[in-house]
Design a protein around this ligand. Structure first.
Ligand code: T5A
Length: 220
């Protein structure tokens, strides 16, 4: 797989199921890197540009669901292509650290579990991201029920108010967890599984140790 080696920056993605703590941990890593004088860009998917945020709203509201999983996957890819072109690649070109909340593996796990075939997933991934691949992917792993409970608590709402993906069955979320772990097993040079079923400080420490180990030449 081609990596972002020709770009000066560093690209780290955070992946995992609902309520795994990705947003919380991205903020913590960003603060730590910034304290060390690094320029950090924090972004998310779907989203990160005006166009991609509009697509996010369309998908998460459930409006795209009737189009079917393949068309929904194409919408995620269109949002990603814009995000990579306008935000991620330019930031990496400047030498920044890009921390992205969800990326290609969310499509593999979520749309893969919705029955979208690997041929379409691979083709869209090539078109949307080209060679702009993460050098490190942190997969925050925890039992599905705990993640969903955290996500609902954060919203302060009942489970019935959950978004398009949160309201799916525990079995479907379990399948996604299994797919994330399978990706990590297949690509150990890129992916590290982080046990997210601990307090935020302990998870942040595990992430910092991993970033130091994996990117030793650039983090003190
Ligand atoms: N999707 C996305 C696809 O289907 N395909 C794709 O290609 C892409 C890119 C995005 C949805 O789109 C789907 C996946 C998603 O369903 P989203 O709202 O961005 O929607 O959903 P999530 O990324 O899952 O965001 P969440 O906010 O639900 O989860 P996070 O970011 O993992 O969790 P976070 O940090 O917000 O924490 C949730 C709550 O738990 C607490 C926090 O304070 C917060 O209240 N918390 C902890 N509590 C206890 N212990 C800890 N260690 C904690 N860490 C955080």
């Amino acid at each position: 797989m081609e990596l972002t080696t020709e770009l000066a920056g560093h690209f780290i993605t955070f992946e995992g199921g609902e309520g795994a703590g990705k947003s919380t941990q991205i903020r913590r890593l960003a603060d730590r890197l910034a304290t060390e004088g690094r320029t950090v860009v924090v972004t998310r998917e779907p989203g990160g540009t005006d166009l991609a945020e509009a697509i996010r709203e369309f998908i998460l509201s459930g409006s795209a669901e009737t189009l079917g999983p393949e068309a929904e996957t194409m919408l995620f890819a269109a949002a990603r292509a814009d995000h990579v072109d306008r935000v991620i690649r330019p930031a990496l070109g400047r030498g920044d650290w890009v921390l992205c909340d969800r990326f290609i593996d969310s499509t593999r796990a979520y749309q893969g579990s919705d029955g979208v075939g690997s041929e379409l997933l691979d083709s869209l991934e090539k078109i949307a991201v080209g060679p702009v691949r993460p050098e490190l992917t942190l997969i925050l792993d925890l039992p599905v029920e705990i993640g969903l409970e955290r996500a609902h608590r954060r919203r302060g709402t009942a489970a019935g108010d959950a978004d398009r993906f949160e309201r799916e069955t525990v079995e479907r979320h379990q399948r996604r967890r299994d797919l994330f772990l399978a990706i990590a097993a297949r690509e150990p040079e890129r992916c590290v599984v982080i046990d997210a079923n601990h307090d935020p400080d302990a998870v942040a420490d595990a992430i910092w140790q991993t970033v130091r180990q994996r990117l030793t030449e650039t983090v003190s």
